[in-house]
Ligand binder design. Structure first.
Ligand code: ASP
Ligand code: MG
Length: 440
């Protein structure tokens, strides 16, 4: 069995919905995970914000506009008046529900209920469309099996048991459709796997059903060796190991939700990234295999804050780092990069929401300097740290102002911290030294 996930663009227009139907109807049994139609989740977040800010009229108007878009899709996608009516009724109910939310008190649960509607809409419509086209497809409601625990990790045991039960109870089908992104939390309330979480849904399901392969279909031909928005002539990487892909997904190669690789790595299930708009291209295969050594890809993550903590007390003393880490632990803020000297520690965070409190506590025993607007540039490749060509990197560094460097933390990653204003230059320089130089 294969698990295939299609992203928002893949189900974002009539033309693409038809394309996806062609791609999945090859006679093989499969589970298909869908995102919301492109743009929908953003609008739902906007609706939630409007309700939060008590802008009820604007919220209602935004709901009506979105409803009209869905009505247009129904009109074009479905043929008979019966099926148009059936799907229309479902869609109307969803939008009625959203409208009732505008008079409710805003809280996290309401946000979760609002943003879950996008996947409910896309999967209902798509299943009905497949049925209209004579495909034996059935909808498996994700809220019947997908659940996270108190630590926000997938509850594999629950998911496996309930998914199996739901499949057994459903009538046999060639294609099972389910919602990405949405789930229940540990107490049974509606929750989600964070923005972009449909990828993660696909690998969680892939792992519990022991799939032969998980395919993530998007609108780009795989993971690229550098950021195509900043550097010209990047290319898709054909093969990546789980470790390499995990580093890249976290550090900004926006194509995959960062946690996606974890369930696949644990269950050793290959993940193939494919392009719905160009299905013939190879894409990227993520598996246990390592192919080649040295720097394979470069990615950047913006919005990083660097914190330098200086203290004379650190000299020859023990327990200093423990004290520092305990403060970050207290404020549930995770640290990405860290470098130390005898009298100072520099570290980075990507969530600065508790920064004022963190700084206040650190200042009780040290001097603290904060730099916003930083970017982490991450160089990934198997054994990149040991590789004999990696020295070329240091030639490039002469021309770029690097704030921190992390080398050797993992064998597959070297990270640099630069000011975001220098990011594009740094990516371009690194690209020409690392990739172009290598081929000349
Ligand atoms: N629809 C959700 C989002 O836009 C989940 C996803 O697309 O993966 O974040
Ligand atoms: Mg995505």
């Amino acid at each position: 069995m294969k698990v295939l996930k299609f992203g928002g663009t893949s189900v974002g227009s009539i033309e693409n919905i038809k394309r996806v139907k062609e791609l999945i109807t090859d006679g093989d049994k499969k589970i298909v995970v869908l995102s919301a139609m492109s743009g929908t989740t953003n609008v739902l977040v906007e609706i939630s914000d409007l309700i939060k800010n008590k802008l009820v009229d604007q919220a209602v108007e935004t709901i009506e506009n979105l409803h009209a878009k869905y009505n247009d899709v129904i009109d074009e996608l479905f043929e008979t008046s019966e099926i148009k009516q059936e799907v229309g009724n479902y869609i109307d109910k969803v939008f009625e529900l959203l409208t009732t939310f505008t008079s409710k008190k805003h809280n996290e649960l309401l946000y979760n209920r609002i943003v879950s509607q996008g996947e409910l809409l896309s999967t209902f419509m798509f299943t009905k469309y497949l049925n209209q086209e004579g495909v034996n497809a059935r909808l498996l409601p994700a809220l019947g099996f997908m659940r996270i625990d108190k630590a926000n990790d997938p509850d594999d045991f629950y998911i496996k048991q309930n998914l199996q039960r739901i499949i057994d109870e459903a009538l046999p089908a060639e294609i099972y459709i389910t919602q990405g992104f949405i789930c229940l939390d540990a107490v049974g309330n509606i929750a989600n796997l964070q923005r972009g979480g449909s990828d993660y849904t696909a690998t969680i399901i892939g792992a519990v059903v022991d799939a032969d392969e998980v395919q993530i279909w998007t609108d780009i031909d795989g993971m690229h060796n550098n950021d195509p928005r900043c550097v010209e002539n990047t290319h898709a990487i054909s093969n990546l190991s789980f470790d390499e892909a995990a580093e890249l997904a976290y550090f900004g190669a926006k194509i995959l939700h960062p946690q996606t690789v974890m369930p696949a790595r644990e269950a050793n299930i290959p993940v193939r990234l494919k392009n719905t708009m160009d299905p013939g291209s190879y894409g990227t295969l993520i598996s246990q295999e390592y192919e080649g050594e040295g720097i394979k890809a470069i990615a950047a993550k913006d919005g990083i804050t660097a914190i330098k903590i200086k203290s004379a007390r650190m000299l020859q003393a023990h327990g200093f780092l423990k004290k520092v880490f305990e403060i970050f632990e207290k404020y549930e803020t995770s640290i990405d990069m860290i470098t130390t000297s005898e009298i100072a520690v520099s570290l980075t965070i990507d969530d600065a929401s508790n920064l004022p409190s963190i700084v206040e506590e650190l200042e009780k025993f040290s001097m603290v300097e904060v730099d916003n607007n930083q970017s982490i540039i991450c160089l990934v490749g198997h054994s990149v740290v040991r590789h004999h060509e990696t020295h070329r990197l240091f030639k490039v560094l002469q021309d770029i102002s690097v704030r921190m460097i992390s080398y050797g933390g993992s064998n597959n990653n070297i990270s640099l911290l630069v000011n975001t204003n220098d990011k594009i230059t740094a990516l371009k320089r690194l690209n020409s030294y690392v990739f172009e130089f290598a081929t000349t």
